[in-house]
Design a protein around this ligand. Sequence first.
Ligand code: NAD
Ligand code: WQD
Length: 344
Amino acid sequence: MNRILVTGGVGYIGSHTVVELMEQGYEVVIVDNLSNSNISVLDGIEAIVSRRPDFVNADCCDYVAMDNVFRSFPDICGVIHFAASKAVGESVEQPLRYYRNNTLSLITLLQLMQEHDVRHLVFSSSCTVYGQPDAEHLPVDESAPRKKALSPYGNTKQINEDIIMDQAHACASLQATILRYFNPIGAHPSALIGELPNGVPNNLLPFVTQTAAGLRKELRVFGDDYNTPDGSCIRDYIYVVDLAKAHVKAIERMLSGKAEEQVEIFNLGTGRGLSVLEIVRTFEEVTGQSLPYTIVGRREGDIEQVWADPHKANTVLEWRADTPIRDVLLSAWRWEKHLRNIKE
Ligand code: NAD
Ligand code: WQD
């Protein structure tokens, strides 16, 4: 019994986690409806680990389809739930789609886990639940208060955390780990998998690499009048491979019976805040690519600065996000060049 069900496993963070799980000897079955990813990612995973994960093209909100997954793979011993819609701006325009997809998929999963006696869940949450932490809560640790969500997307993360807490209270056999990610960036060192944003990227890094590759005319820096050293916003940019490894640590902690609480929460960040302009400057230094950018007005909904205190994850999970930002930015650039067939 060492099969992990990975929902959303064809997506950005999920695919990197599938690689790490398989390299640690786990069997994996991915459920993904390919609503925000491409089936070719399975080829990349196979090229890296030399075997193809089991894959079911299904919607996690579809109770019958998901019940069939649990029946078809009776050796599932844990679940990592990545599947969700995640575009903040889109969630403001289409709240019902986000509430349906992100909460109904979790509810369906929890119901079936109880029915099939699968007891261990890792859930993808986000530092967005903290909003803009007060100064005394920076760097932000797990004791920091959650703040009113600034988007339906962020609210679905808070609601889902509460659903997990309530289900754990009602179902003693459920063991859950909530992982609050900061800003995942970069790509696998093989450059065979990475972030595949649909259309114009909302996130900073894919926009940076597409600008460097000549797909975008210039990067717009959303504001340099914040109360930060260089005026641009600060975030905790965490290497996606380091993040993926944390999921293996989390599932192993639960499977080995070491979890001390029924629901454990961890902030997954580097503990280092970097500004937008620092990212731009470092990217230019490490890649030798010039990055045309223009400072424009602030983006609605942006918070000024947030970075993690990862002490709990460092000590309890015995995990650390320690890949140097220079290597992380290089991995993103290598992936972009692979995507665009740009020669080294
Ligand atoms: P992604 O969009 O690349 O991956 C999500 C995957 O889930 C996609 O492959 C999509 O096709 C699939 N999916 C969505 N709804 C589904 C459904 N109902 N049934 C089956 N498959 C479904 O996103 P990601 O960046 O890999 O994020 C993964 C998780 O991490 C999400 O829950 C997201 O909210 C969370 N998260 C992401 C970030 C980030 O910056 N990327 C930060 C914090 C938290
Ligand atoms: C980072 C910084 C922008 C693009 C979002 C979601 C969060 C999580 C991670 C899902 C900000 C600036 C960006 C650009 C820019 N996703 N920026 N020009 O906003 O911290 O978090 O993604 O869980 O929930 O909110 O990440 O990469 O969009 O922006 O100046 O073209 O880069 O203003 O300061 P963000 P981001």
